[in-house]
Write a protein that binds this ligand. Structure first.
Ligand code: BES
Ligand code: ZN
Length: 606
């Protein structure tokens, strides 16, 4: 059993079969046909290795059917698929002939591929054409391409994607032309991503989509019905890019394009390089939710240039990006607004810590995810605890020195994937003594929040929280306050109200702020969470409407949880889920099903 190879085998990512003793892929080419009838991608992936190899090469796959594998000489490469692991999928072990530099794998995806969501025409805004999008983060790239699916292995890629002629394709890559697809009713789109990216940033959308230019390097894509609104909402993106460049250095990815997806998209945004994916819930009609764009744009530096080595260091991506997002917003909108952002983040952090429990290992920044699905470990903790850790370092050394540190950090690690420990080592080297001073070990390795966690305060924030607290003494905002509050101010106020209110109070709130009719989903969902947790019937129709269309997990979680509080709303939740299920992403389904399962436990113990 212990032949030399297996004995030396070194696996550095608990979510990948990647073995550091084997050659890594350095680029790949995809040749794909997108089949909307079967919900399948058929085609091939050609992997170029970083060095000629022979012997075993292990790739990650999940749900893929592998038809054949050949080397650069056209010789067949023997392969076998290992047993299915529920999280990792199946190891594809190829046995490379001597001096293999390139291998071509012919394969097809499963209709259940977790990375893909397919829509029938009637599920789209235009109702005329089908639609498909991908979401590869955290570990779903392996459901569409056989690859070393770990951020440690960075790859450049090119692709040629054949789709029905009425549709267009975009990818997380530069467009490189189109041509006739061979069959008369198809079209082939070519793409090129010359920079090496972690596999979770591979991304594709196919649909009836159209674009509007926002500047010479930015445009927004959406279904034709949506694209005008989207262009208005994101009109200021060029200013945002320029602001980010001043803070973090030149934008390195050529174009910054965005695409607005159908409401079933399970996230708010996804930082796919050159093509940020966005939920349509950010189109509030008043530009009040563009912080999501600031966040995804910031990933162009923190996450896409400097990447977490594995999901156990996810805070390096999201904590840094949340911090960076707030620096952008501060530069654009001032310190007051920025502090409200930190306060809104605090609420998300508190909720996540409460969900896992303060002593849960998932509240550490550096997590141990062996045997744990990264999607299950997902929470606001890497975002908000991570951003606070970055802020504590920034406060310790002062902004000027921190910004210099950040510039050298980007320079040192650009296009690399690093661990928390590598980050600390670099910090120690650049700013000796600071890591210890800010208690880095507590931040990274201990649960809950360290005692030196920063506190964010402003006169406005104090006023809003005090006012919300005095609700129970019968004190309500006056007309001037109601009139004058910006969206974030109202949100902070609502977040600090009691979670259950009497119906008279709810009627007053709705009448005063027009909450049921809001188009800003942050406000709407905060309101609906309080209303349904209070068994308030006038909100039921609106909650149904939101839940059967929107698949963003950030909104599903609080709403389905709030619906669990009363017998009548639990029944409503089950009804809504039965109606909405077909339209939800499988990731969203998993979240809702686990919440609804918990209802049953409450019912038994009640
Ligand atoms: N990269 C994340 C989304 C993600 C994380 C997808 C983990 C899959 C696994 C993205 O940058 C993100 O954080 N989106 C947030 C935006 C918000 C913080 C402004 C979201 O979707 O809510
Ligand atoms: Zn992010």
């Amino acid at each position: 059993m212990r032949d030399g190879k297996a004995f030396r085998m070194s696996l550095i990512d608990p979510h990948s079969y990647y073995d550091t003793d084997q050659p890594a892929a350095k680029r790949f080419h995809l040749d794909w046909r997108v089949d909307f009838d079967r919900h399948v991608i058929d085609g091939s992936a050609r992997l170029e290795l970083s060095a000629p190899g022979s012997g075993p090469l292990d790739l990650d796959t999940k749900g893929l059917t592998i038809d054949s594998a050949t080397d650069q000489r056209g010789e067949a490469i023997p392969f076998e698929l290992g047993d299915e692991d529920p999280i990792l999928g199946r190891r594809l072990r190829l046995t490379l002939p001597a001096d293999t530099t390139t291998l071509t794998i012919h394969y097809s995806t499963s209709p259940e591929a977790l990375a893909l969501q397919w829509f029938a025409p009637e599920q789209t805004a235009g109702k005329r054409h089908p639609f498909m999008f991908s979401q590869c983060q955290a570990i779903h790239a392996r459901t569409i391409v056989p690859i070393q699916d770990t951020p440690r292995v960075r790859v450049a890629y090119t692709a040629s994607v054949t789709v029905p002629a009425a549709l267009s394709a975009v990818m997380s890559a530069g467009p490189a032309g189109t041509r006739n697809g061979g069959a008369s009713d198809t079209r082939t789109f070519l793409f090129e991503m010359p920079q090496p990216i972690p596999p979770y940033l591979l991304a594709i959308v196919v649909g009836d989509i159209e674009s509007r230019d926002l500047s010479s390097r930015a445009r927004v894509w959406a279904e034709p019905e949506m694209v005008g609104k989207a262009a208005w909402e994101f009109e200021e993106v060029e200013q945002m890019i320029e602001t980010a460049e001043k803070l973090f250095g030149p934008y390195d990815w050529d174009r910054y394009d965005m695409i607005v997806l159908p409401p079933a998209f399970p996230y708010g945004g996804m930082e796919n390089p050159r093509m940020t994916f966005l939920t349509p819930t950010v189109i509030a009609g008043d530009r009040s939710l563009v912080d999501v764009v600031a966040h995804e744009l910031a990933h162009s530096w923190t996450g896409n240039l400097v990447t977490n080595a594995t999901n156990e260091h996810f805070w390096l991506n999201e904590g840094f990006t949340t911090w960076a997002e707030r620096r952008i917003l501060e530069a654009l909108h001032g310190e007051e607004r920025c502090i409200l952002g930190w306060a809104i983040g605090q609420k998300a952090l508190d909720d996540s810590v409460a969900r896992f429990g303060e002593g849960s290992p998932l509240t550490k920044l550096r997590t141990d995810l062996k045997g744990i699905d990264p999607d299950e470990a997902f929470s606001s903790i890497p975002y908000e605890k991570g951003a606070r850790f970055v802020n504590v370092i920034e406060r310790e050394v002062g902004r000027e020195r921190f910004d210099e540190f950040l510039a050298s950090y980007m320079k040192r690690f650009r296009f690399q994937s690093i661990t928390s420990e590598e980050f600390i080592e670099f910090l120690e080297q650049q700013l000796p003594g600071v890591a210890d001073k800010v208690l880095w070990k507590e931040w990274l390795y201990e649960t809950g929040m360290p005692k030196n966690a920063p506190v964010f305060r402003s006169a406005k924030l104090d006023e809003l929280t005090a006012l919300a607290k005095s609700w129970s003494d019968g004190i309500k905002p006056n007309d001037a306050q109601i009139e004058g509050w910006a969206t974030d101010e109202l949100l902070v106020y609502l977040q600090h109200l009691p979670r259950e209110l009497d119906h008279e109070s709810l009627r007053w709130l709705d009448a005063s702020f027009g909450l049921n009719a809001r188009g800003n989903y942050e406000i709407l969902v905060e309101w609906l969470s309080i209303a349904v947790a209070s068994d308030y019937e006038p909100a039921f129709a609106r909650v149904r409407e939101v839940l059967v269309t929107v698949g963003r997990m950030k909104y599903l979680r609080p709403l389905y949880n709030a619906l669990g509080k009363h017998a009548r709303t639990r029944t409503l939740a089950r009804e809504i889920y039965a109606e909405g299920r077909a339209g939800y992403h499988s990731l969203s389904r998993r979240v809702i099903e686990s919440i609804i399962e918990k209802y049953a436990v409450d019912e038994v113990t009640a």
